[in-house]
Design a protein around this ligand. Sequence first.
Ligand code: COS
Length: 382
Amino acid sequence: MDYFLTEEQQMIKDTARELSEEKIIPKRAELDEKNEFAGAILKDIAKADLFSIFVPEEYGGFGGGCFETVLALEELARGCVGVATSFAANGLGLLPVVIAGSKEMKEKYLPALAEGSSWAAFGLTEAGAGSDAAGIKTTAVLDGDEWVLNGTKQWITNGGEAQIYTILALTNPEKGIRGASLFLVEDGDPGFTYGKKEDKMGIRASATRELIMKDCRIPKDRLIGKKGTGFITVMKTLDVSRPSIAALAVGLGQAALDEAVVYAKQRVQFDKPIISFQAVQHMLADMAIQVEAARSLVYGTARHIDAHPKDMSKGSSMCKVFATDMAMKVTTDAVQVMGGYGYMKEYPVEKMMRDAKILQIYEGTNQIQRNVIGQELNKEYA
Ligand code: COS
């Protein structure tokens, strides 16, 4: 399908595809088995200048378009969702600075993030605050010229690997989430440490750790935006970044479809390649329909967000749900088409099916996305 990409957009897609083929695919099984963070590959992605897509031009970036971002992520995820997740989480971590940071903060941090010489992570989730993001307990209190943060963030992608962390904390706990503010914490800040690296079902090439703040002291000017506006900035950040998760799902679904078709053409049973059987053809056809439908929705949504940045919650949640449910189904069907071979670690679809599951969970479960869509429909038809 021709999506009428500009020359520049096609170049971004091709660059990411090349990285996938040359750097990611040859290493993905080993990284998965060893539960090893793909730091060297992220450095290759930085060399190819792809980190710049998250950052506005005036701070050394490519422009920060949602559409360009999904093009790159789709191709990286075709290689490995674990690697692509680390890259996407960097965009998620720096978005609050782009959305709400002061000019000085942007000038100080964004150029290195655009270069990929510094990486970011996003600290929202806590042990008792996942879907109920408003239930966070981390606090920040002003003491002279410093903020003092206390609390623990859980399951943070790029934890321990990133240099900057955007952290939501309560600055006025009696006001609940309307008393929350966002902060920028740097690796090495006093009182800031990491928990153990988690051992996950999938996306094992990404690092997931706790962020522990015990009387963590940071300068006063590390407040992102105005005091008390942290939750709104977090919600705006998630609105822009959820299509990124949908893009990972499209790349993954495409990769699983490719594997299944290639296998079905060469696997002979009853003296014929199994692709000649209608039962298999119909499965492959359904997989192809779902991948293309998801791609169209994700591209359309990303273009809409770039054109109308204030009106994006519903579309962003819709494409996250549709594409990630698709990836779970398509990777499961790819294993089914490949039968016993598909279930073996020797073939990549086994890992793809494990990687797919998290897409329905992180950056807001698909149940939460349906809540958001339902609430928006309720408003629209008032
Ligand atoms: N953009 C801007 N503001 C938004 C917003 C958005 N998309 N969504 C909510 N807000 C605002 C609301 O307008 C409200 O502001 P006021 O107090 O001024 O009215 C405030 O934020 C609170 O909103 P709401 O009452 O709807 O919050 P809830 O606690 O009911 O939670 C959901 C809303 C469920 C949508 C939210 O908790 C959520 O997205 N949860 C999933 C979080 C998640 O993704 N976790 C995984 C993180 S991994 S990175």
